[in-house]
Design a protein around this ligand. Structure first.
Ligand SMILES: Cc1cc2nc3c(=O)[nH]c(=O)nc-3n(C[C@H](O)[C@H](O)[C@H](O)COP(=O)(O)OP(=O)(O)OC[C@H]3O[C@@H](n4cnc5c(N)ncnc54)[C@H](O)[C@@H]3O)c2cc1C
Length: 430
């Protein structure tokens, strides 16, 4: 188990020496554990601000990693449109690429909420690094953890915990929102030992650096979406990485076309059952959307914090610009929206951890957080005036990065669609 999660994990596993572990871990990771205990509700119900001790320690460790390792590289990575390999290595070394994975398979065995904390903290500093970690944890690892055979879990999860980056291949040039209209095909080889995959996926996050691919393919178009299956595919099986997109935002995150030309995948690499791919995709994207919500909340917080500090330094008319009521009201409004978005994200995450339905809450959290991120980052530029518009302050990047929140893992219209259907159903009208 790696650095950032090791001490936090100790709190749970070594219960008889719990206090001693806390004090050792506190010295190395945090000074704020006591605060979590102080917030224990006597009624047994906690606010969404209540984190467990291990969550607090994890958050503080990620915060330090983001400040010390990510922050100094953000500008260069954005300019060069390239993720520094040291960041990926660092995320693995810190144990942040297997947050929910079973410790026996090299992971931390933490909750989904813990993964959300990691994604939020990274996004405060760089939403590109955040989405790399998010896709790997909430989509790739989760598909294997929930649906793959023991053989596949044992084969791939230790490497996905230590050094092998993964990506999630659903979208295609002609099927984005209508994802199940995919053209990528799969058929069994004549000897029955392999599946043969043909086709192309588009806009695949992490694909520039990934060695592992969760691939959705259509095996029987006459069955419609029920003909779709999911596969665990290694790059060495012959995956070809095509065009890398040059983007408006999250530029350090690789987004490429991924081609499969008669790729032979062993039959045991089918994830779940044949024809269940659509169900896997639908269910997994519910979790993914909470992750994107966390990315957008972290982004909004990052932009807000930087611009707020500037409003206390910058003077006009002989006073800090934060002393003008016109500025104060905008700041208060944005702070309120971030608070609401954050509560929606953590509510969805806690619902998921508690085993409750959370599809509607996930869609709402993703929709609203992406709207708040855009507004917060837009205001942050305005509050910093000309400085905000230049690259120097690093504020305009948040605004560029925010736009993707309304597009991937289901556009805002698709979230609204889901929300409407579930609201109507809740009210017995559908
Ligand atoms: C940077 C980036 C990273 C990505 N990463 C991944 C990844 O890792 N894996 C992956 O599989 N995909 C990925 N995607 C693809 C992403 O999920 C799709 O772009 C997204 O689902 C939208 O599909 P589309 O681009 O084809 O837009 P379209 O589906 O063509 O939508 C265009 C517009 O039409 C609207 N629209 C479509 N259908 C409806 C409807 N029924 N009702 C109302 N409005 C509708 C949409 O809301 C949108 O405004 C990524 C995309 C980007 C840009």
């Amino acid at each position: 188990m790696r650095a950032a999660v090791r001490n936090a994990h100790a709190l749970r596993t070594v219960s008889n020496t719990r206090r001693a572990a806390i004090s050792v871990a506190q010295r190395t990771l945090t000074t704020s554990c006591a605060r979590a205990e102080e917030h224990e509700s006597p009624w047994g119900i906690n606010s969404l601000r209540k984190f467990t001790e291990e969550e607090v320690m994890l958050r503080d460790a990620v915060r330090r990693f983001a400040e010390n390792e990510v922050k100094p590289r953000v500008e260069k990575m954005d300019e060069e449109e390239k993720m520094d390999p040291k960041i990926i290595q660092g995320l693995f070394e810190q144990g942040l690429m297997a947050v929910e994975t079973d410790p026996e398979l090299g992971g931390a065995g933490f909750s989904f909420t813990a993964a959300v904390i990691v994604i939020e903290e990274l996004a405060k500093i760089d939403p590109s690094v955040s989405v790399l970690c998010d896709v790997h944890n909430t989509l790739v690892n989760t598909v294997l953890r929930k649906y793959a055979s023991e053989h596949l879990r044992n084969k791939y999860m230790p490497r996905l915990s230590s050094d092998m980056l993964g990506c999630f291949c659903l979208s295609e040039p002609s099927s984005g929102s209508d994802a199940f209209a995919m053209k990528t095909s799969v058929k069994k080889s004549s000897d029955g030992k392999h599946y043969i995959i043909n086709g192309s996926k588009m806009w695949i996050t992490n694909s520039g650096e990934a060695e592992f691919f969760i691939v959705f393919a259509q095996g029987d178009p006459s069955k419609g979406y029920k003909g779709i299956s999911a596969f665990a595919v290694e790059k060495d099986m012959g995956v070809n990485i095509g065009k890398k997109e040059s983007k408006l935002g999250i530029r350090a995150s690789s987004t490429c076309t991924v081609n499969f030309d008669e790729i032979k995948v062993p039959v045991e690499n089918l994830i779940g059952e044949e024809g269940r791919g659509y169900k896997i995709a639908i269910e997994i994207l519910n979790e993914g959307r909470v992750g994107i919500g966390a990315q957008m909340v972290g982004l909004a917080e990052g932009a807000f914090e930087r611009a707020l500090a500037y409003t206390f330094e910058r003077e006009q008319f002989g006073k800090p610009i934060s002393s003008f009521q016109g500025m104060q009201f905008q700041i208060a409004q944005v702070a309120t929206e971030i608070e609401a978005a954050r509560d929606m994200v953590y509510n969805a995450a806690r619902l998921k951890d508690e085993g409750h339905p959370f599809t509607k809450e996930a869609a709402m959290a993703k929709l609203f957080s992406s709207q708040v991120a855009q507004r917060a980052a837009g205001y942050a530029i305005e509050w910093a005036g000309g400085q905000g518009f230049t690259r120097e302050q690093g504020i305009e990047k948040y605004w560029r990065d925010s736009k993707i929140g309304a597009i991937y893992e289901g556009t805002s219209n698709i979230q609204l669609n889901t929300i409407f259907n579930l609201v109507a159903k809740d009210k017995g009208l559908k």
